[in-house]
Design a protein around this ligand. Structure first.
Ligand SMILES: N[C@@H](CCC(=O)N[C@@H](CS)C(=O)NCC(=O)O)C(=O)O
Length: 223
């Protein structure tokens, strides 16, 4: 277990975020697990605040602003930064090669197929028919891994579980009847267990869109 060093975790970190964004969800979960208080700035993706764009011109959430102004604007970097500061449940103590494979497959092949399954109208020049099949293949592989242990890489939770979770959730929500009719009981159990966790519920709180000078929402982790 790491201990927090060189950082006062009572200092508030600013996070530009969007409640349902899978990248923002995994970022918030890691910051919460590491024990940081987050000032949540809920963003309207169609009207991004200029403070956020100034900090990170690429315009995606999540964007984390550290107390001295350093900006971290990639969700995996936010996860690693938070867990390297404090990793009370050893989310990083896992097989790094397997974790990297799972995250890369999720963020590329699965995400691409999920977008085409969920929003075929956005890809008028593509044939999106096979997209759900591609998702199914990957979901099936995850279900098989979960036959061996409670979580994707071992019995304990790792960063891989948290990095993938919001995307599997998103896939389940497109057509929940289809998803829960797949014969993948281990995957269904795993998803439900994580969705029922205190950490997931705590970081999914609803917040009004942030405006400069407006009221901010704090997420304060349970210690
Ligand atoms: N690689 C980025 C991807 C983040 C991302 O694409 N977030 C989406 C929301 S889920 C976004 O901000 N899109 C910009 C937009 O919709 O304007 C990360 O991991 O943080």
């Amino acid at each position: 277990m790491n201990t927090m060093t060189n950082f006062d975790y009572k200092e508030t970190l600013v996070l530009y975020s969007f409640r349902r964004c899978p990248y923002a969800i995994r970022g918030r979960m890691s910051l919460y697990k590491a024990g940081f208080i987050i000032e949540l700035r809920e963003v309207d993706l169609k009207n991004k605040p200029e403070q956020m764009l100034k900090a990170s011109p690429k315009g995606t959430v999540p964007v984390l602003i550290l107390p001295k102004g350093k900006v971290i604007d990639e969700s995996l970097d936010i996860m690693k930064w938070a867990l390297n500061k404090n990793d009370p449940d050893g989310w990083l103590n896992t097989d790094k090669t397997k974790m990297q494979f799972l995250i890369e497959r999720n963020d590329n092949k699965f995400k691409r197929a999920l977008d085409r399954y969920k929003y075929p109208n956005r890809y008028p020049n593509e044939n999106c028919k096979g997209a759900r099949e591609t998702c199914t293949e990957i979901l099936n592989d995850l279900n098989n891994r979960l036959k061996k242990h409670k979580n994707i890489l071992s019995n304990t939770v790792s960063m891989a579980d948290i990095a993938l979770l919001p995307f599997i959730r998103q896939c389940a929500l497109v057509d929940s009847e289809w998803f829960y009719n797949l014969h993948m009981p281990r995957l269904h159990d795993w998803l439900q267990r994580h969705l029922d966790s205190t950490i997931f519920k705590s970081i999914m709180i609803k917040s009004t869109v942030w405006t400069r000078g407006g009221k901010s929402t704090l997420i304060i982790p349970e210690h």
